[in-house]
Design a protein around this ligand. Structure first.
Ligand code: ADP
Ligand code: F6P
Length: 447
Protein backbone atom coordinates (compact mmCIF):
# COMPACT_ATOMS: atom_id res chain seq x y z
CA UNK A 1 0.00 0.00 0.00
CA UNK A 2 1.26 3.49 -0.86
CA UNK A 3 2.29 5.85 1.89
CA UNK A 4 -0.03 8.85 2.35
CA UNK A 5 1.58 12.29 2.44
CA UNK A 6 -0.75 14.98 3.77
CA UNK A 7 0.19 18.60 3.25
CA UNK A 8 -1.83 21.26 5.07
CA UNK A 9 -1.18 24.67 6.52
CA UNK A 10 -2.37 23.55 9.96
CA UNK A 11 -1.05 20.25 11.28
CA UNK A 12 -2.98 19.15 14.37
CA UNK A 13 -1.09 19.99 17.59
CA UNK A 14 0.12 17.12 19.83
CA UNK A 15 -2.81 17.14 22.30
CA UNK A 16 -5.23 16.53 19.40
CA UNK A 17 -3.20 13.86 17.68
CA UNK A 18 -4.73 10.93 19.41
CA UNK A 19 -8.40 11.84 19.45
CA UNK A 20 -11.02 14.39 18.51
CA UNK A 21 -9.91 17.64 16.89
CA UNK A 22 -11.23 20.39 14.57
CA UNK A 23 -12.64 19.90 11.05
CA UNK A 24 -9.69 18.87 8.89
CA UNK A 25 -8.01 16.69 11.49
CA UNK A 26 -11.21 14.84 12.39
CA UNK A 27 -12.07 14.23 8.77
CA UNK A 28 -8.62 12.83 8.05
CA UNK A 29 -8.51 10.50 11.06
CA UNK A 30 -9.85 7.57 9.05
CA UNK A 31 -7.39 8.04 6.18
CA UNK A 32 -4.53 8.36 8.60
CA UNK A 33 -5.48 5.27 10.57
CA UNK A 34 -5.46 3.03 7.48
CA UNK A 35 -2.17 4.21 5.92
CA UNK A 36 1.38 4.85 6.92
CA UNK A 37 1.31 8.67 6.89
CA UNK A 38 3.64 11.63 6.63
CA UNK A 39 1.87 14.86 7.64
CA UNK A 40 3.68 17.98 6.51
CA UNK A 41 2.87 21.67 7.15
CA UNK A 42 3.35 24.79 9.21
CA UNK A 43 4.38 24.35 12.84
CA UNK A 44 2.05 27.18 13.95
CA UNK A 45 5.10 29.21 15.03
CA UNK A 46 6.44 32.37 13.41
CA UNK A 47 9.92 33.51 14.45
CA UNK A 48 12.81 35.70 13.43
CA UNK A 49 13.89 33.29 10.71
CA UNK A 50 12.22 30.73 8.43
CA UNK A 51 13.26 27.15 9.17
CA UNK A 52 14.56 25.15 6.23
CA UNK A 53 14.68 21.81 8.03
CA UNK A 54 11.33 20.44 9.21
CA UNK A 55 10.95 19.33 12.81
CA UNK A 56 10.14 15.62 12.83
CA UNK A 57 7.92 13.95 15.39
CA UNK A 58 6.75 10.33 15.21
CA UNK A 59 3.59 8.95 16.73
CA UNK A 60 2.67 5.36 15.78
CA UNK A 61 2.33 5.11 12.00
CA UNK A 62 2.25 8.90 11.57
CA UNK A 63 5.32 11.04 11.07
CA UNK A 64 4.76 14.77 11.53
CA UNK A 65 7.12 17.16 9.76
CA UNK A 66 6.53 20.85 10.47
CA UNK A 67 8.28 24.08 9.54
CA UNK A 68 8.44 27.41 11.38
CA UNK A 69 7.73 30.52 9.30
CA UNK A 70 9.64 33.80 9.39
CA UNK A 71 7.44 36.53 10.88
CA UNK A 72 7.36 38.45 7.57
CA UNK A 73 6.34 35.33 5.65
CA UNK A 74 3.61 34.57 8.19
CA UNK A 75 2.25 38.08 7.66
CA UNK A 76 2.37 37.95 3.86
CA UNK A 77 1.49 34.29 3.24
CA UNK A 78 -1.00 33.49 6.02
CA UNK A 79 -2.43 36.78 7.24
CA UNK A 80 -2.11 38.72 3.97
CA UNK A 81 -2.61 36.63 0.85
CA UNK A 82 -4.34 33.51 2.28
CA UNK A 83 -6.69 35.23 4.73
CA UNK A 84 -6.80 38.85 3.57
CA UNK A 85 -7.19 38.10 -0.15
CA UNK A 86 -8.04 34.47 -0.99
CA UNK A 87 -10.43 33.76 1.90
CA UNK A 88 -12.82 36.68 1.19
CA UNK A 89 -12.61 36.12 -2.56
CA UNK A 90 -13.38 32.40 -2.29
CA UNK A 91 -16.33 33.30 -0.02
CA UNK A 92 -17.69 35.77 -2.62
CA UNK A 93 -16.77 38.81 -0.48
CA UNK A 94 -14.82 40.73 -3.10
CA UNK A 95 -15.21 44.04 -1.27
CA UNK A 96 -13.36 42.64 1.75
CA UNK A 97 -10.45 41.28 -0.29
CA UNK A 98 -7.16 43.18 0.05
CA UNK A 99 -4.46 42.44 -2.50
CA UNK A 100 -0.80 43.36 -2.07
CA UNK A 101 1.95 42.19 -4.38
CA UNK A 102 4.28 41.66 -1.40
CA UNK A 103 1.72 39.24 0.08
CA UNK A 104 1.50 37.31 -3.16
CA UNK A 105 5.32 37.16 -3.20
CA UNK A 106 5.34 35.72 0.33
CA UNK A 107 2.61 33.20 -0.61
CA UNK A 108 4.65 31.93 -3.54
CA UNK A 109 7.86 31.95 -1.51
CA UNK A 110 6.34 29.89 1.31
CA UNK A 111 4.78 27.40 -1.10
CA UNK A 112 8.15 26.91 -2.81
CA UNK A 113 9.97 26.67 0.53
CA UNK A 114 7.47 24.04 1.72
CA UNK A 115 7.96 22.08 -1.51
CA UNK A 116 11.76 22.27 -1.18
CA UNK A 117 11.62 21.00 2.42
CA UNK A 118 9.19 18.22 1.55
CA UNK A 119 11.00 16.82 -1.51
CA UNK A 120 13.82 15.05 0.41
CA UNK A 121 11.22 13.27 2.56
CA UNK A 122 9.30 11.82 -0.39
CA UNK A 123 9.29 8.30 -1.86
CA UNK A 124 8.38 7.53 -5.49
CA UNK A 125 5.20 5.61 -4.72
CA UNK A 126 3.72 8.17 -2.28
CA UNK A 127 0.18 9.49 -2.59
CA UNK A 128 0.48 13.23 -1.96
CA UNK A 129 -2.69 14.99 -0.82
CA UNK A 130 -2.52 18.79 -0.53
CA UNK A 131 -5.24 20.65 1.41
CA UNK A 132 -6.83 24.06 1.03
CA UNK A 133 -6.34 27.54 -0.35
CA UNK A 134 -3.07 28.27 1.46
CA UNK A 135 -1.28 25.77 -0.74
CA UNK A 136 -2.64 26.08 -4.30
CA UNK A 137 0.85 26.46 -5.91
CA UNK A 138 2.29 23.50 -3.96
CA UNK A 139 1.62 20.88 -6.66
CA UNK A 140 3.24 22.98 -9.38
CA UNK A 141 6.22 23.66 -7.10
CA UNK A 142 6.65 19.92 -6.42
CA UNK A 143 6.48 19.13 -10.14
CA UNK A 144 9.09 21.82 -10.85
CA UNK A 145 11.32 20.12 -8.29
CA UNK A 146 10.97 16.88 -10.27
CA UNK A 147 8.44 15.02 -8.12
CA UNK A 148 6.76 12.29 -10.18
CA UNK A 149 4.39 10.88 -7.55
CA UNK A 150 0.61 11.31 -7.70
CA UNK A 151 -0.55 14.65 -6.25
CA UNK A 152 -4.14 15.57 -5.40
CA UNK A 153 -5.67 18.80 -4.07
CA UNK A 154 -8.82 19.29 -2.02
CA UNK A 155 -10.35 22.73 -1.45
CA UNK A 156 -12.18 22.85 1.89
CA UNK A 157 -13.80 26.23 1.18
CA UNK A 158 -16.14 27.33 -1.65
CA UNK A 159 -14.96 28.16 -5.16
CA UNK A 160 -16.74 31.22 -6.62
CA UNK A 161 -17.99 31.82 -10.17
CA UNK A 162 -15.41 32.83 -12.79
CA UNK A 163 -16.53 36.48 -12.69
CA UNK A 164 -15.58 36.66 -8.99
CA UNK A 165 -12.32 34.73 -9.45
CA UNK A 166 -11.43 37.28 -12.17
CA UNK A 167 -10.91 39.88 -9.41
CA UNK A 168 -7.77 37.98 -8.37
CA UNK A 169 -4.64 39.41 -9.97
CA UNK A 170 -2.61 36.31 -10.88
CA UNK A 171 -5.86 34.30 -11.11
CA UNK A 172 -4.93 32.86 -14.53
CA UNK A 173 -1.58 31.68 -13.19
CA UNK A 174 -3.28 30.09 -10.19
CA UNK A 175 -5.71 28.28 -12.50
CA UNK A 176 -2.70 26.79 -14.27
CA UNK A 177 -1.27 25.77 -10.90
CA UNK A 178 -4.55 24.03 -10.05
CA UNK A 179 -4.35 22.14 -13.33
CA UNK A 180 -0.99 20.62 -12.29
CA UNK A 181 -2.76 18.33 -9.79
CA UNK A 182 -3.80 14.83 -10.84
CA UNK A 183 -7.06 15.08 -8.89
CA UNK A 184 -8.94 18.26 -7.92
CA UNK A 185 -11.63 17.97 -5.25
CA UNK A 186 -14.25 20.45 -4.05
CA UNK A 187 -17.00 20.26 -1.44
CA UNK A 188 -20.03 20.69 -3.70
CA UNK A 189 -20.98 20.18 -7.32
CA UNK A 190 -21.49 23.92 -7.65
CA UNK A 191 -17.89 24.55 -6.52
CA UNK A 192 -16.60 21.95 -9.00
CA UNK A 193 -18.58 23.59 -11.80
CA UNK A 194 -17.11 27.01 -10.96
CA UNK A 195 -13.56 25.67 -10.78
CA UNK A 196 -13.98 23.89 -14.10
CA UNK A 197 -15.22 27.11 -15.72
CA UNK A 198 -12.05 28.87 -14.58
CA UNK A 199 -9.89 26.00 -15.87
CA UNK A 200 -11.65 25.84 -19.21
CA UNK A 201 -11.31 29.61 -19.70
CA UNK A 202 -7.53 28.94 -19.73
CA UNK A 203 -7.90 26.04 -22.16
CA UNK A 204 -7.20 23.57 -19.32
CA UNK A 205 -9.01 20.24 -18.77
CA UNK A 206 -12.03 20.54 -16.43
CA UNK A 207 -10.97 17.90 -13.91
CA UNK A 208 -12.57 19.21 -10.66
CA UNK A 209 -15.07 16.87 -8.96
CA UNK A 210 -17.00 17.13 -5.73
CA UNK A 211 -16.10 14.97 -2.71
CA UNK A 212 -18.44 16.22 0.05
CA UNK A 213 -16.75 16.07 3.44
CA UNK A 214 -18.54 14.66 6.47
CA UNK A 215 -18.14 13.60 10.07
CA UNK A 216 -18.16 10.26 11.87
CA UNK A 217 -21.84 10.38 12.94
CA UNK A 218 -21.83 7.32 15.22
CA UNK A 219 -18.85 8.41 17.27
CA UNK A 220 -20.14 11.98 17.51
CA UNK A 221 -23.53 10.66 18.68
CA UNK A 222 -21.77 8.55 21.32
CA UNK A 223 -19.77 11.58 22.52
CA UNK A 224 -23.00 13.60 22.82
CA UNK A 225 -24.73 10.85 24.85
CA UNK A 226 -21.70 10.65 27.10
CA UNK A 227 -21.56 14.43 27.62
CA UNK A 228 -25.23 14.59 28.63
CA UNK A 229 -24.52 13.76 32.25
CA UNK A 230 -21.38 15.92 32.47
CA UNK A 231 -20.88 18.92 34.75
CA UNK A 232 -20.96 21.58 32.03
CA UNK A 233 -24.18 20.32 30.46
CA UNK A 234 -25.85 20.13 33.86
CA UNK A 235 -24.74 23.68 34.65
CA UNK A 236 -26.08 24.90 31.32
CA UNK A 237 -29.45 23.21 31.85
CA UNK A 238 -29.71 24.68 35.32
CA UNK A 239 -28.86 28.17 34.08
CA UNK A 240 -31.60 28.04 31.44
CA UNK A 241 -34.33 27.65 34.05
CA UNK A 242 -36.55 25.57 31.76
CA UNK A 243 -36.19 27.87 28.73
CA UNK A 244 -35.53 26.46 25.26
CA UNK A 245 -32.00 26.81 23.88
CA UNK A 246 -31.02 28.07 20.42
CA UNK A 247 -27.35 27.27 19.77
CA UNK A 248 -24.83 28.73 17.31
CA UNK A 249 -21.23 27.44 17.10
CA UNK A 250 -18.75 29.03 14.70
CA UNK A 251 -15.29 30.50 14.47
CA UNK A 252 -15.65 34.27 14.71
CA UNK A 253 -15.57 34.78 10.92
CA UNK A 254 -17.47 37.15 8.63
CA UNK A 255 -18.38 34.24 6.35
CA UNK A 256 -20.54 32.81 9.14
CA UNK A 257 -23.23 35.54 8.97
CA UNK A 258 -23.16 36.31 12.70
CA UNK A 259 -24.47 39.93 12.61
CA UNK A 260 -27.34 38.85 10.35
CA UNK A 261 -28.03 35.92 12.71
CA UNK A 262 -28.09 38.17 15.77
CA UNK A 263 -30.50 40.52 13.99
CA UNK A 264 -32.68 37.55 13.02
CA UNK A 265 -32.89 36.51 16.67
CA UNK A 266 -33.79 40.07 17.73
CA UNK A 267 -36.50 40.03 15.05
CA UNK A 268 -37.88 36.79 16.53
CA UNK A 269 -38.28 38.47 19.91
CA UNK A 270 -39.98 41.49 18.39
CA UNK A 271 -42.29 39.70 15.94
CA UNK A 272 -43.13 36.62 18.01
CA UNK A 273 -43.31 37.95 21.60
CA UNK A 274 -44.56 34.58 22.89
CA UNK A 275 -40.89 33.52 22.90
CA UNK A 276 -39.76 36.37 25.15
CA UNK A 277 -38.33 35.02 28.39
CA UNK A 278 -39.00 31.48 27.04
CA UNK A 279 -35.88 31.07 24.92
CA UNK A 280 -32.14 31.75 25.20
CA UNK A 281 -29.74 32.03 22.28
CA UNK A 282 -26.19 30.86 23.07
CA UNK A 283 -23.59 31.78 20.46
CA UNK A 284 -20.15 30.22 20.90
CA UNK A 285 -17.73 32.04 18.59
CA UNK A 286 -14.05 31.66 19.47
CA UNK A 287 -11.80 34.37 18.07
CA UNK A 288 -10.13 33.29 14.85
CA UNK A 289 -7.45 35.13 12.84
CA UNK A 290 -7.68 37.96 15.37
CA UNK A 291 -4.74 39.79 13.79
CA UNK A 292 -6.53 40.26 10.43
CA UNK A 293 -8.25 43.67 10.20
CA UNK A 294 -11.61 42.44 8.85
CA UNK A 295 -11.92 40.01 11.76
CA UNK A 296 -11.22 42.72 14.33
CA UNK A 297 -13.95 44.95 12.95
CA UNK A 298 -16.42 42.04 12.94
CA UNK A 299 -15.65 41.48 16.60
CA UNK A 300 -16.36 45.13 17.43
CA UNK A 301 -19.63 44.93 15.50
CA UNK A 302 -20.75 41.83 17.41
CA UNK A 303 -19.78 43.31 20.78
CA UNK A 304 -21.96 46.30 20.01
CA UNK A 305 -24.87 44.28 18.62
CA UNK A 306 -24.89 41.95 21.63
CA UNK A 307 -25.03 44.92 23.96
CA UNK A 308 -27.79 46.54 21.98
CA UNK A 309 -29.95 43.40 21.67
CA UNK A 310 -29.61 42.52 25.34
CA UNK A 311 -30.12 46.14 26.38
CA UNK A 312 -33.34 46.28 24.41
CA UNK A 313 -34.83 42.86 25.18
CA UNK A 314 -33.36 41.58 28.47
CA UNK A 315 -35.45 41.40 31.61
CA UNK A 316 -34.07 41.51 35.12
CA UNK A 317 -34.12 37.69 35.29
CA UNK A 318 -33.36 36.85 31.63
CA UNK A 319 -30.47 37.55 29.24
CA UNK A 320 -31.73 36.60 25.76
CA UNK A 321 -28.36 36.45 24.00
CA UNK A 322 -25.28 34.80 25.55
CA UNK A 323 -22.20 35.41 23.46
CA UNK A 324 -18.86 33.67 24.16
CA UNK A 325 -15.61 34.26 22.31
CA UNK A 326 -13.76 31.37 23.97
CA UNK A 327 -13.62 27.87 22.48
CA UNK A 328 -15.58 25.10 24.17
CA UNK A 329 -14.07 21.60 24.50
CA UNK A 330 -15.34 19.29 21.77
CA UNK A 331 -16.83 16.75 24.15
CA UNK A 332 -18.69 19.49 26.03
CA UNK A 333 -19.82 21.00 22.74
CA UNK A 334 -21.38 17.67 21.75
CA UNK A 335 -23.46 17.79 24.95
CA UNK A 336 -24.52 21.40 24.30
CA UNK A 337 -25.71 20.45 20.79
CA UNK A 338 -27.75 17.59 22.24
CA UNK A 339 -29.72 19.77 24.58
CA UNK A 340 -30.35 22.63 22.15
CA UNK A 341 -33.90 22.77 20.74
CA UNK A 342 -32.57 24.57 17.66
CA UNK A 343 -29.20 24.49 15.91
CA UNK A 344 -28.76 27.80 14.10
CA UNK A 345 -26.25 27.58 11.24
CA UNK A 346 -26.49 30.59 8.94
CA UNK A 347 -23.26 31.26 7.03
CA UNK A 348 -23.37 33.70 4.11
CA UNK A 349 -21.14 31.19 2.32
CA UNK A 350 -19.46 28.04 3.65
CA UNK A 351 -17.57 25.18 2.02
CA UNK A 352 -19.52 22.46 3.86
CA UNK A 353 -20.10 23.42 7.52
CA UNK A 354 -19.43 20.52 9.81
CA UNK A 355 -21.26 22.14 12.72
CA UNK A 356 -24.57 21.46 10.93
CA UNK A 357 -23.69 17.76 10.66
CA UNK A 358 -22.43 17.54 14.25
CA UNK A 359 -25.65 19.11 15.51
CA UNK A 360 -27.73 16.45 13.74
CA UNK A 361 -25.53 13.59 14.96
CA UNK A 362 -25.71 14.79 18.57
CA UNK A 363 -29.52 14.73 18.87
CA UNK A 364 -31.59 12.37 20.96
CA UNK A 365 -33.65 10.48 18.31
CA UNK A 366 -36.69 10.40 20.64
CA UNK A 367 -36.70 14.16 21.24
CA UNK A 368 -34.51 15.75 18.59
CA UNK A 369 -33.94 19.45 17.95
CA UNK A 370 -34.47 21.27 14.65
CA UNK A 371 -31.76 22.59 12.34
CA UNK A 372 -32.11 26.03 10.75
CA UNK A 373 -29.58 26.03 7.92
CA UNK A 374 -28.38 28.59 5.39
CA UNK A 375 -28.92 27.65 1.76
CA UNK A 376 -25.35 28.94 1.18
CA UNK A 377 -23.66 26.26 3.30
CA UNK A 378 -22.34 23.30 1.29
CA UNK A 379 -24.22 21.11 3.78
CA UNK A 380 -27.53 22.41 2.38
CA UNK A 381 -26.86 20.66 -0.97
CA UNK A 382 -28.00 17.39 0.62
CA UNK A 383 -29.73 18.00 3.96
CA UNK A 384 -33.37 17.00 3.61
CA UNK A 385 -35.22 17.78 6.81
CA UNK A 386 -33.49 21.05 7.73
CA UNK A 387 -35.32 24.39 7.66
CA UNK A 388 -33.33 26.03 4.86
CA UNK A 389 -33.22 29.82 4.81
CA UNK A 390 -31.62 32.81 3.11
CA UNK A 391 -29.46 34.24 5.93
CA UNK A 392 -29.49 37.75 4.45
CA UNK A 393 -33.13 38.18 5.48
CA UNK A 394 -33.53 38.54 9.28
CA UNK A 395 -37.30 38.11 8.91
CA UNK A 396 -36.81 34.73 7.24
CA UNK A 397 -34.45 33.72 10.06
CA UNK A 398 -37.02 34.84 12.64
CA UNK A 399 -39.83 32.92 10.91
CA UNK A 400 -37.71 29.75 10.70
CA UNK A 401 -36.78 30.08 14.39
CA UNK A 402 -40.44 30.50 15.27
CA UNK A 403 -41.35 27.43 13.17
CA UNK A 404 -38.52 25.40 14.74
CA UNK A 405 -39.46 26.36 18.31
CA UNK A 406 -43.12 25.59 17.64
CA UNK A 407 -42.68 22.28 15.76
CA UNK A 408 -44.58 19.32 17.27
CA UNK A 409 -42.52 16.29 18.40
CA UNK A 410 -43.60 14.13 15.44
CA UNK A 411 -42.38 16.72 12.92
CA UNK A 412 -39.09 17.01 14.80
CA UNK A 413 -38.57 13.25 14.68
CA UNK A 414 -39.47 12.96 10.98
CA UNK A 415 -37.16 15.79 10.00
CA UNK A 416 -34.36 14.45 12.18
CA UNK A 417 -34.56 10.98 10.58
CA UNK A 418 -34.16 12.58 7.15
CA UNK A 419 -31.16 14.60 8.36
CA UNK A 420 -29.57 11.57 10.07
CA UNK A 421 -29.82 9.66 6.77
CA UNK A 422 -28.24 12.62 4.97
CA UNK A 423 -25.38 12.88 7.47
CA UNK A 424 -24.69 9.14 7.10
CA UNK A 425 -24.66 9.34 3.31
CA UNK A 426 -21.34 11.22 3.24
CA UNK A 427 -19.17 10.44 6.26
CA UNK A 428 -15.58 11.52 6.80
CA UNK A 429 -14.47 7.96 6.06
CA UNK A 430 -16.34 7.96 2.72
CA UNK A 431 -14.80 11.30 1.84
CA UNK A 432 -11.21 10.25 2.54
CA UNK A 433 -11.65 6.84 0.89
CA UNK A 434 -13.32 8.36 -2.18
CA UNK A 435 -10.62 10.96 -2.74
CA UNK A 436 -7.76 8.56 -2.14
CA UNK A 437 -9.25 5.90 -4.43
CA UNK A 438 -9.46 8.51 -7.17
CA UNK A 439 -5.85 9.52 -6.57
CA UNK A 440 -4.65 5.89 -6.45
CA UNK A 441 -6.40 5.36 -9.76
CA UNK A 442 -4.25 7.96 -11.53
CA UNK A 443 -0.87 6.73 -12.63
CA UNK A 444 2.38 8.14 -11.28
CA UNK A 445 4.43 9.83 -14.00
CA UNK A 446 7.19 7.72 -15.44
CA UNK A 447 10.52 8.74 -13.90
P1 ADP B 1 -14.71 26.04 9.56
O1 ADP B 1 -13.86 24.97 8.93
O2 ADP B 1 -14.95 27.23 8.68
O3 ADP B 1 -14.23 26.47 10.91
P2 ADP B 1 -16.77 23.95 10.04
O4 ADP B 1 -18.13 24.11 10.62
O5 ADP B 1 -16.73 23.15 8.81
O6 ADP B 1 -16.18 25.43 9.82
O7 ADP B 1 -15.80 23.23 11.07
C1 ADP B 1 -15.55 23.77 12.33
C2 ADP B 1 -15.07 22.69 13.30
O8 ADP B 1 -14.54 23.36 14.44
C3 ADP B 1 -16.21 21.81 13.77
O9 ADP B 1 -15.72 20.49 13.93
C4 ADP B 1 -16.60 22.42 15.11
O10 ADP B 1 -17.07 21.50 16.06
C5 ADP B 1 -15.31 23.05 15.59
N1 ADP B 1 -15.66 24.29 16.28
C6 ADP B 1 -16.24 25.37 15.75
N2 ADP B 1 -16.50 26.30 16.70
C7 ADP B 1 -16.06 25.79 17.85
C8 ADP B 1 -16.07 26.24 19.20
N3 ADP B 1 -16.62 27.39 19.51
N4 ADP B 1 -15.51 25.46 20.13
C9 ADP B 1 -15.01 24.28 19.78
N5 ADP B 1 -15.00 23.77 18.54
C10 ADP B 1 -15.52 24.51 17.59
O1 F6P C 1 -11.92 25.19 6.69
C1 F6P C 1 -11.14 26.28 6.44
C2 F6P C 1 -9.98 26.48 7.39
O2 F6P C 1 -9.10 27.42 6.86
C3 F6P C 1 -9.18 25.24 7.70
O3 F6P C 1 -8.23 24.94 6.72
C4 F6P C 1 -8.61 25.61 9.03
O4 F6P C 1 -8.20 24.52 9.79
C5 F6P C 1 -9.77 26.37 9.70
O5 F6P C 1 -10.44 26.98 8.64
C6 F6P C 1 -9.30 27.32 10.79
O6 F6P C 1 -8.58 28.43 10.28
P1 F6P C 1 -7.09 28.81 10.67
O7 F6P C 1 -6.21 27.67 10.31
O8 F6P C 1 -6.79 30.04 9.87
O9 F6P C 1 -7.08 29.08 12.14
Amino acid sequence: MSRLVLVSNRVPPPRERSGAAGGLAVALREAVSSHETLWFGWSGTAGAQAATQPRIHRSGRITYATLDLAQGDYEGYYRGFSNGMLWPLLHYQVALAEFRREDLGAYQRVNHAFAAALVPLLRPNDLIWVHDYHLIPMGAALREAGVQARIGFFLHVPFPPAAVWAALPQGDEMARELACYDVLGTQTEEDARHMNEVLQAQGLPPKARSFPIGIDPESFAAAARQAEGGTEVRRLIQSLGGRALILGVDRLDYSKGLPQRFRGFARLLRRFPEHRNRVTFLQVAPVSRGDVAQYRSLRRELDELTGRINGEHAEFDWTPLRYLTQAVRRDVLAGFYRMASVGLVTPLRDGMNLVAKEYVAAQNPEAPGMLVLSRFAGAAEAMEGALVINPHDPDETAEALHAALSAPPEERRTRWRQMWTAVNRHTSADWARGFMAELEGTTARAA
